[in-house]
Write a protein that binds this ligand. Structure first.
Ligand SMILES: Cc1cc2nc3c(=O)[nH]c(=O)nc-3n(C[C@H](O)[C@H](O)[C@H](O)COP(=O)(O)OP(=O)(O)OC[C@H]3O[C@@H](n4cnc5c(N)ncnc54)[C@H](O)[C@@H]3O)c2cc1C
Length: 383
């Protein structure tokens, strides 16, 4: 695949971060790419994202420039109590992590692809291991074939559920997220505030916007609320400034609510001509801030394995070895920080005080200390 006169063809299911980076990577490797996205428009939700140096390096390999749309951040490096007392305080440049609005990353990625490669309102309803994809496009069912199908269709992946197995696993948490309008609550200092069974994050974004999240223990999944902003405020409305102000200034219809789900380890990411990528392959709780970073790594490694001739087996081996320990660590972090017992809570708080920012930085480096494989210079003049 990828070396004949005619360009090899790939269908990518899903235009999330993983699917779009995969599209850029495969085009760079000389493939002809079609992205099928079920949503009527290709867009990301109104939330922020932290990108670790491993993802930044992977994007660099593809020439995807994000730094002008991002700001340095410390992601969990600065911790506070609900009254506002600092348990640990880091400097944003300490760890080389970036924060950006998800919509900005989507915008950057979309601009790297020709419009003809992207198809919205295109829901994939079945996939065969031979590379046959049935898609409901604009009310009609079409059958498409390709040399390779990349299933980047997220944690609820229809591809994984039909060709593999494995439903999402609820991790006993639910989360509200939002981004404030520019300048509405500014300036703010980044922090993660630890309550008992409740955490609230504050991350400055470019253009004086602020990404906030409130994570809460929950005993059952799929609970919905009439007013998500009110629910978030109900949990942390009496916490330190600026948490209540950030939530209050976010328009109610832009407050997001999701359960935290992941999947059990998938034994292989490859089934004949079909590969899993991103959350479809290895959704993990957001505690390490690595889910999207790993989708980006997947995409670059896939492009490298296909252009070097190493093939899908190598992709499978490399990626499972990398992501499975990380997903397990993210789950362990949920278990640790969800414990509402007073002793467990105090242990987290005391440990946070005792660990200096430098030791914390070293601990996080185990996940971000990764370099992407070499990619040949673009075979596709448009990539
Ligand atoms: C609260 C929270 C905070 C997070 N914070 C971070 C963070 O700071 N840093 C980080 O790296 N990660 C973070 N993550 C994880 C990150 O959001 C995901 O890992 C990442 O978005 C996965 O990207 P993806 O492209 O694999 O899947 P998705 O973003 O889920 O995209 C899948 C796409 O496929 C489409 N699709 C689905 N089914 C079909 C179908 N049948 N046909 C066609 N299209 C289909 C969907 O519409 C969607 O567009 C966080 C996650 C959560 C829940």
């Amino acid at each position: 695949m990828g070396s004949g006169e005619e360009a090899s063809t790939a269908i990518i299911i899903g235009a999330g971060i993983g699917g779009l980076v995969a599209a850029v990577g495969l085009r760079r490797a000389g493939w002809s790419v079609t992205v099928l996205e079920r949503a009527p428009v290709i867009a990301e939700v109104g939330a922020g994202l932290t990108l670790w140096p491993n993802a930044e390096r992977a994007l660099d390999t593809l020439g995807i420039e994000i730094r002008s749309r991002a700001v340095p951040t410390i992601s969990r490096g600065s911790l506070r109590t609900p009254t506002g007392r600092w348990l640990r305080r880091s400097h944003p440049m300490d760890v080389g992590v970036l924060a950006m609005h998800r919509a900005d990353l989507h915008d950057v990625l979309r601009k790297r692809l020709p419009e003809t490669a992207l198809h919205t309102d295109a829901e994939v309803v079945s996939v065969s291991p031979k590379g046959v994809v049935v898609c409901r496009c604009g009310g009609e069912e079409n059958e498409l074939t390709a040399d390779l199908v990349v299933a980047a269709d997220g944690v609820n992946s229809v591809t994984r559920r039909t060709l593999w197995s494995g439903d999402p696993v609820f991790q006993g948490r639910t989360v509200w997220r939002g981004v404030t309008p520019p300048g509405s609550v500014w300036p703010v200092e980044e922090s993660l505030t630890l309550g008992r069974g409740v955490q609230a994050g504050v991350l400055p974004l470019p253009d004086e916007r602020v990404y906030w999240f409130v994570t809460v223990n929950a005993d059952r999944p799929n609970q919905s609320y009439a007013d998500n902003r009110r629910e978030a405020l109900h949990r942390v409305g009496d916490w330190h400034h600026p948490i209540p102000a950030l939530i209050a200034t976010t328009p109610e219809d832009q407050v997001l609510h999701n359960d935290v789900v992941d999947i059990d380890p998938v034994p292989t990411f490859v089934n004949e001509r079909v590969v899993l990528l991103g959350d479809a392959a290895h959704a993990m709780p957001p505690d390490l801030g690595q889910g999207a970073c790993q989708a980006i790594e997947d995409a670059v490694v896939l492009a490298a394995c296909l252009s070097s001739g190493d093939g899908l087996q190598k992709y499978d081996d490399l990626r499972r070895a990398r992501v499975h320990p990380m997903a397990e660590a993210a789950r362990a972090s949920v278990r640790r920080t969800s414990n509402t017992g007073l002793l467990a809570h105090l242990t987290v708080a005391v440990t946070a005080r005792m660990i200096p920012p430098s030791a914390w930085r070293n601990a996080t480096a185990q996940w971000s200390d990764w370099s992407p494989p070499e990619l040949p210079k673009g075979k596709n003049k448009h990539a």
